[in-house]
Design a protein around this ligand. Sequence first.
Ligand SMILES: Nc1nc2c(ncn2[C@@H]2O[C@H](COP(=O)(O)OP(=O)(O)OP(=O)(O)O)[C@@H](O)[C@H]2O)c(=O)[nH]1
Ligand SMILES: [Mg+2]
Length: 252
Amino acid sequence: MSSIDIEKVKILVVGDSGVGKSSLVHLICHGQPILNTSYTIGASLDVKIHEYKEGTPAQKTCFVEFWDIGGSVNHANSRHIFYTALNGIILVHDLTNRKSHANLGKWLSEILQREQNNGSERHRTSVSEYDPEQFAGHHTPILVVGVKKDQLDTQRQNKLQSSSIAEECGADEINLNCTDAKHLAPGTTNAVKFSRFFDKVISRRCGHSAKDGPRKVIERRYFPRDSMSQATSTQERRRISTSQNMKSLHAD
Ligand SMILES: Nc1nc2c(ncn2[C@@H]2O[C@H](COP(=O)(O)OP(=O)(O)OP(=O)(O)O)[C@@H](O)[C@H]2O)c(=O)[nH]1
Ligand SMILES: [Mg+2]
């Protein structure tokens, strides 16, 4: 079977353990809330088919890969292996947990350090506080997502302030409830914001194609003969082999 020439982009989804990253990714990719969640071991991969610039002459079908990174501190020293060749970042925090928002700076810093060290393990240092200067000149599109909005009372929902890290990075921001499909139904403000973010990620990637190398095509792994596609359940499809490599770490 020949490969099909479809653009793909890689988006990292990061944030503290339990904030709701896997719930968010499932809602984005499948349009419905996930029924059972468990701690993500290593990373999970899910894919959404996205119509880039839908309704315009530039419209084209693209694959958006979501690399959902397990937030457990047990993986802090090894998860950097997933921070390569990324095109966008979604920072996820729990609106009922301020610390999870404060920690987004550390997550961003961890990713930027890895990128700036050009993937070198040798230069990797422990995660430091996010320094806005570190982000200067960085072009990776970022989206800040606050989840568990349903757990705030109406007064707190109405008083939600802009995320400070979103302001510092010039990132868009979305607050929603991942347990309710209505929050991401087609045509809603949230759905439009996500769609614009994906368009931005794809535009940015295409704009840098000369630097990134030849245009990527979707690999065989997305087609039926591939082992991932042969997986029967949604859970199996979501889990990638990298998870297996990190099971021992999680058990520690
Ligand atoms: N009420 C409510 N619960 C949510 C929401 N989003 C996630 N949850 C719940 O939060 C818990 C943790 O969600 P996960 O998606 O597994 O969290 P995670 O960020 O992937 O966690 P790790 O894999 O450990 O990094 C689950 O019980 C979800 O059902 C939301 O918007 N509202
Ligand atoms: Mg998870």
